[in-house]
Write a protein that binds this ligand. Structure first.
Ligand SMILES: [Zn+2]
Length: 496
C-alpha cells in the first residue's frame, strides 16, 4: 500500500474515506490490518532484531529513507516505521540534559538508566534469585585529557554481576560528562544532580523495577586521583594520601605491622570520620580531608581496580629502568667531549622493551630554546602492553641493568608479576591471600633494598598504590574474593 509514509510519522491507518467521481457519494472503507500495530506488539526476538538494525543504521550513519527503500527492494526486513518507532522510544528513555554549574556538560537520569540496566540484567539472568542478593552497582569516573588545556571528566556505572560475556551490560554506562579540569569544585557543581540521585538511591538501599523491589549495593571505582577527589581528599602527594587509612607518607615503606594495624581503629578511615575532619576549622588533625565526600559510599566499598594498580606500579618500575639507563650513560659520558657522548644504555633498554613486541621510545625532553634538558621521557603504555611487558621483560633485563643489581631488579619485576597474578585471580583461596600479604611485604622490602644503590628505589618512593597493594588489597580479596571484579577496563577504553 502506498500509504506507508503515514507510518513513518507514527500514524496508523484505521480507514480511508473515498468519493465516487460520478455520484459524489462518499464511502468509508475500514482498513483492517496488523501492520499498524506498533512496536510494543512485537515479540522480544523481533524487537531485538529491530534494535540491531537501529544500531547498524547509527553506526554507519545510514538515513531512514535508505532503509525504507531497502525494505521495499528486499522482502522480509522489519518495516522502517517500526525502526523509527523504536528509536523514538529509546530517545525517550535517554533524555539528555545539560549539567548544572558553569562548566559545559551533559547528563542523563541516573535512576532511569539504572532501572533500564537492572531490568535488562534480570530478564537475561532469570536463574538467579535477585531478591536474595543485592544488585551491585559500581560508579566510576575518569578524567581524559583532550588537549593541553581541556579535559573531560566522565561519570559512569556498571553492574558487577552483568559479567563480561554480554556486550550490552558489561560496559560502562555513561551517566554524565563534563568539560573542565578534574577538581573537587567541578565535580561537586557539575555532577551535583547526579550525586543527589545516587545518594538518594544509596539511602533507600533499593530500587523498584516492574513493581518489584530489588536491593542495591554501591561501589566506587576509578583511578586514584578521581577517588581522592570524590572523597574530598587532598592530592596523592599529600602526607596522608591513603584513602583507607591515616598512614603518614614517611612510614609507607615500613613493613613490620600486621594487616589489622591499618584496617582497624584508630588508623582505619570511615566516611563519618572523613566528614567530621573535613568540617574542622584550621589545618590541624584533618589528615588530608579537605572537603566532604561527594558520595555516601563507605570506604570498604571504595575499590582499587587491578588495572589502575598495574598501570601505576608499572609506571614506577619502568621509570626506574629508564632512570638507571640515563644515569649510566651520563656517568660514562662524564669525562668525554660532547661529540663522543653515547646513549648506548638508553638504546639497549629501548630495543629490549621493543623486543617484547611493544612500540617504545625514550627521548630527551627539550627546553624552550630547543636544547636538551637532561630530563628524559618515554612512551606511556596501555594496560595490555604493560601486561605483556610484565610477563616477558624480566628475563631480558640482564642486558640493560647494572650487573651488581641486575638480579634484584629482575626479582622485583618477577615478584610483582606474581603478586599481580594473585590479585587478578578470579577466585583465590584463603591460604593464598595470607601468603599474598607476606609476599607483598617482602616485595616492598626488596624494592627499597636498592635505595642506596639505584635511583628511584628510595623509601619515599613507596607510593600510595604500593602501600595499598600490601595493606588494603588483601582486605578486598577477603571481602569480595577477587579484585578482578572491579576492573576498569571499559573506562580505559573510553578515555585513553
Ligand atoms: Zn592505607
Amino acid at each position: 500500500m502506498a500509504l506507508w509514509f503515514t507510518k513513518s510519522f507514527g500514524l496508523g491507518i484505521q480507514g480511508i474515506q473515498v468519493k465516487e467521481k460520478k455520484t459524489g457519494q462518499t464511502h468509508y472503507l475500514e482498513v483492517e490490518n496488523d501492520a499498524h500495530k506498533g512496536i510494543d506488539s512485537l515479540n522480544d526476538e523481533d524487537k531485538s532484531k529491530i534494535e540491531q538494525i537501529l544500531f547498524l543504521l547509527d553506526k554507519f550513519c545510514v538515513g531512514d529513507s535508505f532503509y525504507h527503500e531497502l525494505t521495499m527492494a528486499v522482502s522480509g526486513l522489519p518495516k522502517s516505521y517500526l525502526v523509527k518507532q523504536r528509536r523514538d522510544q529509546l530517545n525517550d528513555i535517554c533524555h539528555i540534559d545539560p549539567t548544572p554549574g558553569s562548566a559545559e556538560g551533559a547528563q542523563m537520569s541516573f535512576t532511569g538508566l539504572l532501572k533500564a540496566r537492572v531490568q535488562d540484567l534480570i530478564s537475561r539472568d532469570q536463574e538467579t534469585n535477585w531478591k536474595e542478593q543485592p544488585i551491585q552497582v559500581k560508579i566510576s569516573g575518569d578524567g581524559a585529557r583532550m588537549t593541553r588545556n581541556s579535559s573531560f571528566i566522565l561519570l559512569s556505572f556498571s553492574l558487577l554481576q552483568a559479567g563480561d560475556d554480554v556486550m550490552s551490560s558489561s560496559g560502562n554506562h555513561t551517566i554524565a560528562v563534563v568539560k573542565g579540569s578534574e577538581k573537587y569544585s567541578t565535580l561537586k557543581e557539575s555532577f551535583g544532580t547526579v550525586f543527589n540521585e545516587i545518594n538518594e538511591t544509596i539511602k533507600q538501599g533499593h530500587i523498584t523495577v516492574n513493581d518489584s523491589m530489588y536491593n542495591v549495593e554501591f561501589f566506587l571505582g576509578g583511578d586514584y586521583k578521581f577517588l581522592l577527589l570524590m572523597m574530598g581528599m587532598k592530592g596523592a602527594t599529600s602526607i596522608y594520601a591513603c584513602l583507607w587509612c591515616k598512614i603518614a607518607k614517611d612510614l609507607r615503606w615500613k613493613m613490620e605491622f600486621d594487616l589489622d594495624h591499618y584496617n582497624t581503629p584508630p588508623l582505619v578511615r570511615t566516611q563519618e570520620e572523613m566528614t567530621k575532619m573535613s568540617q574542622k576549622k584550621g589545618t590541624q588533625d584533618k589528615y588530608s580531608c579537605e572537603n566532604e565526600p561527594l558520595l555516601k559510599i563507605e570506604l570498604d566499598h571504595v575499590v582499587l581496580d587491578e588495572l589502575h594498580l598495574l598501570l601505576r606500579i608499572m609506571d614506577v618500575l619502568i621509570n626506574n629502568l629508564v632512570r638507571e639507563a640515563v644515569e649510566w650513560d651520563k656517568k660514562q659520558n662524564a669525562n668525554k667531549r660532547k661529540a663522543d657522548h653515547k646513549d648506548s644504555h638508553i638504546k639497549t633498554l629501548q630495543s629490549t622493551v621493543r623486543s617484547c613486541g611493544i612500540s617504545f621510545d625514550i627521548w630527551e625532553k627539550t627546553n624552550a630554546d630547543g636544547k636538551g634538558s637532561g630530563q628524559y621521557d618515554f612512551t606511556s603504555l596501555l594496560g595490555s602492553d604493560k601486561n605483556k611487558l610484565l610477563a616477558t621483560l624480566p628475563q631480558k633485563l640482564v642486558t640493560c641493568t647494572h650487573e651488581d643489581t641486575c638480579q634484584t631488579v629482575i626479582q622485583i619485576w618477577e615478584d610483582f608479576h606474581e603478586l599481580y597474578t594473585i590479585v587478578t585471580d578470579k577466585n583465590p583461596c584463603p591460604d593464598t591471600i595470607d601468603l599474598y600479604f607476606t609476599k607483598a611485604k617482602n616485595w616492598i622490602n626488596l624494592f627499597t633494598s636498592l635505595r642506596d644503590v639505584r635511583l628511584g628505589y628510595k623509601r619515599a618512593a613507596v607510593t600510595p598504590y604500593m602501600h595499598s597493594l600490601v595493606y588494603h588489597i588483601p582486605i578486598f580479596l577477603k571481602n569480595f574474593k577477587s579484585v578482578k571484579l572491579f576492573t576498569g577496563q571499559g573506562v580505559e577504553k573510553i578515555t585513553m
